[in-house]
Design a protein around this ligand. Structure first.
Ligand SMILES: Cc1ncc(COP(=O)(O)O)c(C=O)c1O
Length: 283
């Protein structure tokens, strides 16, 4: 059964789907994207993902490629045409096609691609043993709140992590604070039992999972702080974990060459994970 992609108004077999060589996404990474999880054939936290897409576009002086309602219908159709039950929908919007020139061209139509991918449930080993992260310097630009398709530093960070057998990279600022993972948000539970994740300003992408989890933590009465935390604090932490639309809440049991506490997934992490999965299943 061929995978089907939506490309600028057409549903095409994945293998035939393509974009123009002068698409500004291809030439300048002039575009943004969203990854929306799908559970039981339904988009999860769809409104928040579309809000973030709209915000990323407007920060780059771009319009939504179609109305929100039309975008929802196309996503539903891509899910249906791919018989997707659990996985994610990938949406990418670029400024469009124009002769190569740095300044924003006038009067061109944004280009849009939507694909879908089925994923396997997270392995039990990951949940029982947790994952390792490797720290790397954060060499990215200063507008990480925009979900830009310009991801080369993130790819380099992830590659460095994988080469050392780690699952994810944690990026660290010159001042010693952790920003986030290459495609995930970073969390710790401090020695004093406080849940900490970095403030959502221009330094990180405000994850949709991050937003949902903060609500879940508040409902569960878990004390939390949104603030930068240092790598030293993370080394000393009682627990650590990462969040994203595709990894949900994943325990971290190793940071560089150090075990996090006793090297087992933490109880706050696992409690929050369960509450978060319950919440998205209910919705
Ligand atoms: C840099 C970065 N931070 C955080 C996240 C997590 O965001 P979300 O929870 O919306 O998937 C992502 C997801 O792609 C990301 O690329």
């Amino acid at each position: 059964m061929p995978r089907i992609a939506y490309v600028n108004g057409q549903y095409l077999p994945h293998s035939d789907a393509s974009v123009h060589i002068e698409d500004r996404g291809y030439q300048f990474a002039d575009g943004v994207y969203e990854v929306v999880p799908v559970m039981s054939g339904k988009l999860v936290d769809e409104a928040r993902h579309l809000d973030r897409l709209e915000r990323s576009l407007s920060e780059l002086q771009m319009d939504m490629p179609m109305s929100r309602r039309a975008l929802q219908l196309v996503c539903d159709s891509v899910i249906e045409r791919n018989y997707l039950t659990n996985g994610f929908v990938y949406m990418q919007v670029t400024r469009g096609v124009a002769p190569r020139d740095h300044k924003f061209p006038k009067g061109i139509k944004p280009a849009i691609v939507i694909t879908a991918k089925q994923t396997k449930p997270q392995s039990t080993a990951v949940l029982e043993d947790g994952v390792a992260v490797k720290t790397v310097p954060d060499i990215r630009w200063r507008r990480r709140d925009i979900k830009s398709i310009s991801l080369l530093p993130n790819c380099m960070a992830k590659q460095a992590a994988v080469e050392e057998g780690a699952f994810e990279a944690w990026m660290v600022e010159e001042d010693g604070t952790v920003t986030e993972g290459s495609s995930t948000n970073a969390w710790i539970v401090t020695k004093d039992g406080i849940l900490v994740t970095r403030t959502a300003d221009h330094d990180i992408l405000n994850g949709i999972t991050r937003m949902g989890l903060l609500e879940v933590a508040a409902e569960a009465g878990v004390q939390f702080e949104e603030r930068p935390f240092t790598l030293e604090e993370a080394y000393e932490a009682r627990e650590a974990f990462l969040t994203s639309s595709t990894n949900h809440v994943t325990p971290i049991t190793r940071i560089d060459d150090r075990s996090v506490a006793n090297g087992k997934p933490g109880s706050v992490t696992m409690k929050l994970r369960e509450a978060y999965l319950d919440r998205i299943a209910r919705e």
